[in-house]
Ligand binder design. Structure first.
Ligand code: ATP
Ligand code: MG
Length: 508
């Protein structure tokens, strides 16, 4: 790791913006916004999806220039010509979207631009891997192989490398845009330990997250954004007040109350002799009108189970029945025929789920095309009308249904995915971490929608990385551990604590 000295602590605004505006076509991402972060502080930046957080980070990180207004460094207006220029000013940024080059090794990505070279300028591969290993170990990372290709490591590991790559360059200003959205709890703790070290050395850190517990755990000050403008900066503020400021309205209870599953409700979906590893077997059944939670630590087989039920690819072993009748789910087409809808929040929006270059409308109507087409001709009017209804129903922030999905903010892209399974009218919904990365108000809307759909008799299988959410929103929770069901928790003993306890039992 470089031994460059850390900049001395400075009193006032080290980095910020003064009355900046930024528009993309007709969309005003920032409207006369001002913001400042100091040395030696963690500055939390919060706001709804589309509030302008990432745009602000891009301006501060040199990725985009403002239309009007100034980026401020040490109280002086500066013009950053790009991220490399920003780096020369000591600004390091972890952007919301991942930037690693998939065909390069972890070590090459980590040490890009500072690789050990031979006398004639060739990269010394052995030395590169050893140096990367040492650098990672210095940050407390021991489980990532520096020789692996970036494309081969998990999304959480890629995120950790993105963070490590910036930290080892010792920035005096560190900008982190939703760095925890793909990290498990232990990795979040790792990141927070690094952030605290850097803060104590005088680094100015800007941190965005939709998880309020993270913001209160790490931020010294919090700035709330709404509609492209700051609405206030606070040293302490409670969640209810923050939500009101973020959304402009009160959100009284985050979780709606759950109606009981009707007595004698028929089994909508059942799995017998299911297996994720081909050895251990398990079984469960899900009733119409029930929300059945799947909990447990990350990487215990949740994803395989959800994809398996959807035939993408099929489960290693197991007999699936729908409405009491055995069905064969060999591929997603079978699952759709059987009345399954799957909403899988893509780990990486760029590669799964959404077609970023296609309009919002087409992304919403993808599974519907058969229904709204006649003799193979898509009825454009019907498609447009349904898309418009969904856009307003879910509050998807887009200037028109024809906007490419790739131009939407991260959370709004997610709403498009959620809207798609709603339009598909499936009887059985497989919802995999659908609230990850969405703001509190949207989360509230999604939770209400789930409860409403259950009330209408839909059967919902639900995985969430947010244990509180599982505890509040599910009738029952099955805790997965090592690819099998380790516990079944029913009300009233179903709590976030009991889920965590069941997930951890004899895990050590
Ligand atoms: N390249 C772009 N082209 C068109 N519109 C854009 C572009 N980048 C951002 N926007 C729009 O600007 C607004 C602000 O987006 P931004 O990404 O800054 O929001 P955010 O607060 O980071 O949201 P999230 O919490 O969902 O990440 C959104 O309405 C978004 O759709
Ligand atoms: Mg963002």
């Amino acid at each position: 790791m470089s031994e460059a000295p850390v900049a001395p602590a400075e009193a006032a605004g080290v980095v910020g913006v003064r009355v900046v505006s930024k528009a993309f076509g007709g969309v005003h991402a920032l409207r006369g916004a001002s913001f400042a972060a100091c040395a030696g502080e963690v500055h939390g930046l919060v706001g709804e999806n589309g509030a302008g957080k990432s745009t602000l980070i891009k301006l501060l990180g040199g990725r985009l220039p403002p239309d009007t207004g100034s980026v401020m460094l040490d109280e002086r207006a500066v013009r950053l010509s790009g991220t490399a220029d920003a780096a020369r000013h000591g600004i390091g940024t972890v952007f919301q979207e991942l930037t690693l080059l998939p065909w390069m090794s972890v070590a090459e990505n980590l040490l890009i631009g500072r690789e050990p070279r031979s006398a004639i300028g060739l990269i010394r591969r052995g030395a590169l891997a050893r140096e990367a290993e040492a650098v990672l170990a210095g940050l407390g990372i021991h489980h990532i192989d520096p020789r692996a290709l970036a494309a081969e490591v998990s999304l959480a590991e890629r995120q950790i490398i993105e963070i490590a790559r910036v930290i080892i360059r010792r920035p005096r200003i560190l900008l982190l845009d939703e760095p925890t959205s793909s990290l498990a709890e232990r990795e979040v703790e790792w990141l927070f330990a690094r952030i605290r070290e850097l803060r104590d050395q005088g680094t100015s850190i800007v941190f965005t997250s939709h998880r309020w517990n993270e913001i209160t755990a790490i931020a010294d000050r919090i700035t709330i954004f709404r509609n492209g403008q700051e609405v206030g900066t606070f040293t302490t503020i409670d969640e209810a007040k923050a939500i009101t400021l973020m959304t402009g309205r009160r959100v009284d209870a985050l979780y709606p109350s759950l109606p009981p599953v009707p007595d004698g409700a028929p089994a909508a979906l059942a799995l017998a002799h299911g297996s994720l590893d081909g050895r251990t077997e398990f079984a469960f059944s899900l009733a119409a009108g029930e929300i059945l939670g799947i909990g447990g630590l990350a990487g215990q087989g949740h994803r395989e189970l959800f994809l398996g039920l959807f035939g993408a690819p099929a489960l290693r072993r197991g007999r699936i029945s729908v409405g009491g009748k055995p069905v064969r789910i060999a591929n997603p087409a079978d699952a759709i025929r059987a009345g399954f809808g799957i909403a899988l929040v893509p780990e990486d929006r760029k590669t799964e789920g959404l077609l970023l270059s296609l309009p919002v409308r087409d992304n919403l109507s993808l599974p519907l095309l058969r229904r709204i087409s006649r003799l193979g001709v898509i009825r454009g009017g019907a498609e447009m009308r349904m898309s418009r209804e969904m856009i307003s129903g879910l509050g998807i922030r887009t200037p028109t249904p024809m906007q490419p999905v790739g131009a939407l903010s991260g959370g709004n892209q997610q709403k498009v995915l959620v809207g798609r399974w709603l339009l598909a009218e499936s009887r059985i919904l497989l919802l995999y971490d659908v609230t990850r990365g969405v703001d509190v108000a949207t989360k509230h809307e999604i939770c209400e929608l789930m409860v409403r759909l259950a009330g209408e008799g839909k059967a919902i299988l639900f995985y969430s990385s947010d244990t509180e959410e599982l505890a509040h929103l599910c009738h029952r929770v099955l805790v997965l551990r090592g690819g099998r069901i380790a516990a079944e928790l029913n009300r009233p003993e179903l709590t976030a604590e009991s889920i965590v306890a069941a997930a951890m039992r004899d895990a050590a």
